[in-house]
Design a protein around this ligand. Structure first.
Ligand code: ATP
Ligand code: MG
Length: 369
């Protein structure tokens, strides 16, 4: 009896089998060994929607945890620092600072619920700065030869002011040679915008990691492993079909797998036919969940640029795009640069551009003008 469907076509949910990304994860692992000051301890991961940014962030967190590091996810919103200072870090100190515990045990009198917070507030009143509390926490962790890692997802939505204030705190820790690491992830445009703001210098110094499409081999390997570990088989032809439909896009690896599995879960083998059958659904989901949200906020010029590209089945000539749009090449260049910045398109050889993510053309062609 085969197991449950092992594919996870949901944003923010880690896959059963991770495809690719090994180099990055290994580099980070090494950076934690190298000690404070290793450049790969601050990472800024960017890439289009569904490229696996959150998954990478989760994997990085796991690497830190495996080494006994504390992982602090920076909460979203403008009161991020207040939350850290007011509850998250005091709670961690209560848990890890043995001196605080000793005080609690020897202090007498107070017992039962609430004593922890009372004590910790004693030792670390909220007014005391976040920097000092984190410094103390890192001292405590250093005894166990571990450190702390901060992560921030959806960095494009973060308030630059708040990020700037966090940066100050983090830089203190770095300057004091504490065992700390930081990883953030976000959409390319938002990340660039954030970097342009004052106060985010430390983010600018972070190592930029750009997530790319997976190779066909990485997709094949992960698809096969996911299926076999769950008790079914995927033949060579089916693996080939996977590659053709997925186009290296991580979200599709999960989506195609999920629906191919569902065709007949009781059958042992997943066939190429099962895989090919998912195509209409793939085109529809990609349009609705990935392309529509990316295209909707674009100014009309960029949208019409994409429509001019959608006429072609493969890479488009920039000269022909300009002709189709009826604009001079210079104007074409402006649109082109903007769309490349958003990672919706990429340059492919001299004078040619192609869409970055699969099925964007199909989406655009299906739109009423
Ligand atoms: N390396 C990978 N191997 C296999 N599946 C992956 C991989 N990376 C991501 N996925 C799958 O792709 C989907 C999207 O991943 P994730 O949510 O991390 O993307 P994201 O870049 O964070 O997207 P968003 O911009 O919406 O936040 C999930 O279903 C996830 O399981
Ligand atoms: Mg994400």
């Amino acid at each position: 009896m085969p197991a449950n469907n092992p594919f996870r076509p949901s944003f923010g949910v880690s896959p059963r089998v991770l495809a690719g990304r090994q180099d990055l994860l290994q580099d980070f692992d090494v950076a934690l060994d190298e000690g404070p000051g290793s450049p790969l301890r601050s990472l800024l991961v960017s890439g289009p929607r569904g490229m696996g940014k959150t998954v990478v962030l989760n994997e990085l967190e796991d690497i830190a945890r495996t080494r006994g590091w504390l992982v602090l996810r920076l909460p979203e919103g403008t009161d991020m620092l207040e939350e850290l200072e007011g509850s998250t870090v005091p709670a961690l100190l209560a848990e890890h600072d043995t001196q605080a515990v000793r005080r609690r045990l020897t202090g007498g009198g107070i017992s039962g619920l609430g004593s922890v917070s009372t004590d910790v507030e004693d030792r670390y009143p909220v007014r005391q700065s976040l920097t000092r509390m984190l410094g103390r926490l890192s001292e405590v962790l250093a005894v166990h030869e571990t450190g702390m890692m901060f992560t921030l997802d959806e960095v494009q939505d973060a308030d630059p002011d708040v990020v700037g204030r966090f940066a100050t705190v983090y830089q203190h820790l770095v300057r004091d040679e504490r065992e700390v690491a930081f990883a953030a992830a976000g959409l390319p445009v938002g990340v660039d915008q954030l970097l342009r703001q004052g106060g985010t210098t430390f983010l600018r110094r972070a190592e930029r990691v750009h997530l790319d499409l997976l190779t066909d081999e990485e997709v094949a390997e992960a698809a096969r492993a996911t299926v076999t570990e769950a008790g079914r088989t995927l033949g060579d032809e089916a693996v080939g079909a996977f590659g053709q439909i997925v186009h290296g896009y991580p979200y599709l690896l999960q989506l195609v797998g999920y629906h191919a599995w569902r065709v007949d879960p009781a059958r042992e083998e997943i066939t190429a036919r099962d895989v090919h059958r998912t195509r209409p659904l793939v085109v529809e989901r990609m349009g609705r969940l990935v392309h529509a949200p990316a295209v909707a906020p674009l100014p009309e010029g960029q949208r019409s640029y994409l429509r001019a590209m959608a006429v072609d089945d493969g890479p488009s000539s920039t000269r022909e795009i300009a002709e189709r749009m009826g604009v001079p090449m210079q104007q074409q260049n402006v649109y082109r640069a903007r769309l490349i910045g958003r990672e919706l398109i990429r340059a492919t050889g001299h004078g040619f551009v192609d869409v970055t993510l699969p099925y964007l053309r199909e989406y655009l062609r299906a739109q009423p003008r």
